[in-house]
Design a protein around this ligand. Structure first.
Ligand code: ADP
Length: 358
């Protein structure tokens, strides 16, 4: 009779623990995961036959609770499964004469199952949030693309007029040095604005595309010879690593050069003196891969997230418009390719472009 009473007491403790764990888990947000795990560990400890001699550890990739002091004679482990993969475990340590009860193993398994469900819920929430952010970005880029295309069209004609009339005035005032200097400034600024408009049109994918089979290698070599002076001026070196002399893909040659150009110009800009820019090109069965890395400061968290958004720039005013990489992104998307950026382990950043061969 006495034993039955004790057993009953144990079952009540276990059920209380399960109830507590369920309500802790039901109310848990990602930000409070640590507090929740601590509360679960405490509740589990109380649910065991000898709470004073029992310690609980919970190990998962995103949050862990260590056992207070491990001086155990017995150990019990339950795996935590997240989407059918083992993602950690709960370990109960007991320092006592008799081992764990079968019911205690069941309790631990039950709690491990509940923690697994919680981690699945968190993973789904995080995926949803990241998907939402991506959709918002695509939406924003789409709307901005339309607006920019409109602005670019509107500006093209007046800019052409400014340039044309300034040239005419130059003929008319060819004897007045002062006026000629002012006119040159007008022309210079109009040309700069025309370049910005061109970039805007690239960004909005408004430039006509001429797709043909091209070899990436000469495009890289041409870009490098055009940028040779920029490398020298900045005191930056470069190295080219090519998998093959022929890296053929279906693309618009001018836009391909635009990608290479923009990425290398940024790499030079952010490189320290004597820094090395590495240009690598390789191929897989269906893709051509271009990697451009530098030894600069790399990108901040914010920059990593916003780098392809139009008008995002960390360069001082006058140095950058924040359009280069959104143009690159636009071109790559229209080629059904991908671009990614990551910071290197040691220093600098690497931009990886993957383009389909056909
Ligand atoms: P811009 O060069 O006019 O600023 P981009 O779109 O080319 O516009 O680049 C946007 C921003 O991305 C830069 O201002 C900089 O913050 C970041 N960035 C681009 N390339 C690199 C690089 N190689 N290293 C570090 N930051 C970079």
């Amino acid at each position: 009779m006495k034993n039955t009473g004790k057993e009953l007491e144990e079952r009540i403790k276990e059920l209380t623990c399960l109830y507590e764990v369920s309500s802790i888990i039901g109310n848990t947000e990602v930000s409070q995961l640590h507090e929740s795990f601590n509360a679960i560990a405490l509740s589990l400890k109380k649910g065991f036959q000898y709470p004073d001699q029992t310690e609980i550890a919970i190990e998962t990739p995103i949050c862990s609770v260590e056992a207070k002091q491990i001086n155990d004679t017995f150990q019990l482990t339950s795996e935590i499964q997240v989407f059918n993969e083992q993602k950690g475990c709960i370990i109960a340590y007991l320092n006592g004469e008799t081992s764990f009860l079968i019911e205690e193993k069941q309790l631990l398994d039950n709690v491990a199952l509940k923690i697994g469900n919680l981690l699945e819920r968190i993973e789904i929430q995080q995926n949803e949030a990241s998907l939402k952010r991506q959709m918002e970005r695509v939406d924003r880029l789409g709307i901005l693309g339309e607006i920019t295309a409109g602005i670019a069209h509107e500006l093209n004609t007046p800019l052409a007029n400014i340039l044309g009339f300034a040239e005419l005035l130059k003929d008319e005032f060819h004897e007045d040095k002062h006026i000629l200097q002012d006119l040159d400034k007008i022309i210079e600024n109009a040309i700069f604005s025309r370049e910005v408009v061109k970039k805007l049109m690239f960004f909005a994918c408004e430039m006509p595309q001429e797709m043909q089979m091209v070899n990436l290698v000469p495009s890289i070599k041409n870009s490098l010879s055009l940028l040779d002076a920029s490398f020298k001026k900045a005191g930056v070196k470069y190295i080219v690593k090519l998998d093959d002399d022929k890296l053929i893909l279906r693309a618009d040659t001018i836009q391909l050069t635009q990608i290479i150009f923009n990425l290398i110009i940024n790499a030079i800009y952010f490189s320290p003196k004597d820094g090395l820019v590495t240009i690598e090109a390789s191929q897989t069965k269906n893709h051509i891969i271009l990697k451009i890395s530098d030894e600069g400061p790399g990108l901040s968290e914010e920059a990593l997230e916003k780098v392809f958004q139009p008008f995002f720039t960390t360069k001082p005013t006058g140095d950058g418009s924040g359009l280069g990489l959104s143009v690159v992104h636009g071109i790559i998307s229209s080629h059904k390719g991908l671009i990614a950026v990551e910071n290197n382990k040691s220093k600098g950043a690497t931009f990886t472009v993957t383009l389909p061969k056909s």
